[in-house]
Write a protein that binds this ligand. Structure first.
Ligand code: ADP
Length: 334
């Protein structure tokens, strides 16, 4: 079960780099987060302090990595990039930390997946710019303190609820990224079309933006798939008709749901009579990992009003039944 939304191939990643906004002014939407971040950064710069550690949470593809890179640019420093799963041993983190230069940004993606010993090392590093390296084992073990250059940690997570309290408390600024409005995604695809040299028409931009699940990464990906279609099956211009025909080929429906999203709704309705059902049972039914269903599919299905979370499990709303062309039962939430 590979979903167009959740996975990407290497060449897609290269294009993503060229489409990444470089400056705060190029970053579309998230006005509140941008304003707050600007104050955090410029306040610290004005005082000559190292800016507080920053945590970004929210579904994949909403711009957490892009914003982290922009922070480094705004501060005029460099960024080092790693991820929670890559920091399995505390030594991995110690090496990363001791290589930082004064003022650097350390970006840790998927920070909720960091191993516990590394997380504990991070506490002291965030608080005092210091780590204790333990040398030897058993009663003879000693710990050697190591001074670090002042740095700003930027963490990103798709599951802020999975962060431990002590880690969360050490971030001075936490921002939750929201899904983007269609008008914002229109700006994203227009900008990308300009960079990629795509002949994107107004109604084509509206169509792509409306089917991008509120997510800039998906908007850019759909733009590239629609461009392929426009060049092979039409005259290259991306109009509404061309976009519609292309997105049908790629199994993206009018609401922007992809095959996996629809499989989740369909399992929920057809196998569990609309729920309630637990997320792991639902994931097994569609042959996906529970984390993918929970972190990639579910947030948008909830936001689109198709799925509801209840204490007893996930439930399909009346709108979900209608979307699959079915009549909802009396008990389906509205
Ligand atoms: P995340 O780290 O949240 O998964 P990224 O920062 O990697 O998301 O964003 C994925 C891609 O989406 C970027 O390469 C960029 O092209 C695009 N993107 C994300 N947010 C924005 C934005 N606010 N404005 C313009 N493009 C964006």
């Amino acid at each position: 079960g590979v979903s167009l939304a959740a996975h990407q191939n290497p060449s897609d990643q290269d294009v993503e780099m060229t489409l990444r906004p470089r400056k705060l002014s190029e970053f579309v939407g998230q006005a509140r987060v941008r304003e707050q971040l600007e104050l955090v950064l410029h306040g610290a710069l004005k005082r000559g302090d190292q800016p507080d550690h920053v945590l970004f949470s929210g579904p994949p593809g909403l711009g957490k990595t892009s914003l982290s890179m922009i922070i480094a640019t705004e501060l005029g420093t460099s960024i080092r990039v790693t991820s929670g799963p890559a920091l399995e041993r505390p030594g991995d983190l110690a090496a990363m930390l001791s290589n930082l230069s004064e003022g650097d940004v350390l970006f840790i993606d998927e920070i909720h997946r960091i191993a516990r010993p590394a997380e504990e090392m991070l506490y002291l590093a965030m608080e005092d710019y210091r780590v204790d390296i333990v040398v030897g084992k058993g009663p003879g073990a000693t710990s050697i303190p190591l001074e670090l250059a002042p740095f700003t940690l930027v963490g990103a997570t798709t599951r802020s609820g999975a962060l431990t309290g002590p880690l969360r408390d050490r971030f001075g600024f936490t921002a939750h990224m929201e899904f983007y409005a269609p008008e914002e995604l229109e700006l994203v695809v227009r900008r990308s079309a300009g960079i990629l040299g795509v002949d994107l028409r107004d109604d084509g931009a509206v169509e792509i933006a409306g089917r991008s699940r509120g997510t800039p990464r998906i908007a850019n990906r759909l733009l590239r798939r629609v461009r392929d279609f426009a060049e092979v099956r039409a005259d290259g211009a991306v109009t509404r008709e061309v976009a519609r025909a292309a997105l049908e080929v790629y199994d993206v429906d009018e609401l922007g749901l992809d095959r996996l999203d629809r499989a989740v709704l369909s399992a929920l309705i057809n196998s569990f009579r609309g729920g309630p059902v637990g997320i792991s049972t639902l994931a097994v039914a569609v042959g996906e990992e529970a984390t993918t269903v929970e972190e990639v599919c579910e947030p948008y299905l909830v936001r689109a009003g198709l799925l509801a979370r209840t204490p007893r499990g996930r439930v399909a709303t009346a709108a979900a039944w209608h979307h699959l062309g079915l009549v909802p039962p009396e008990h389906a939430p509205g």
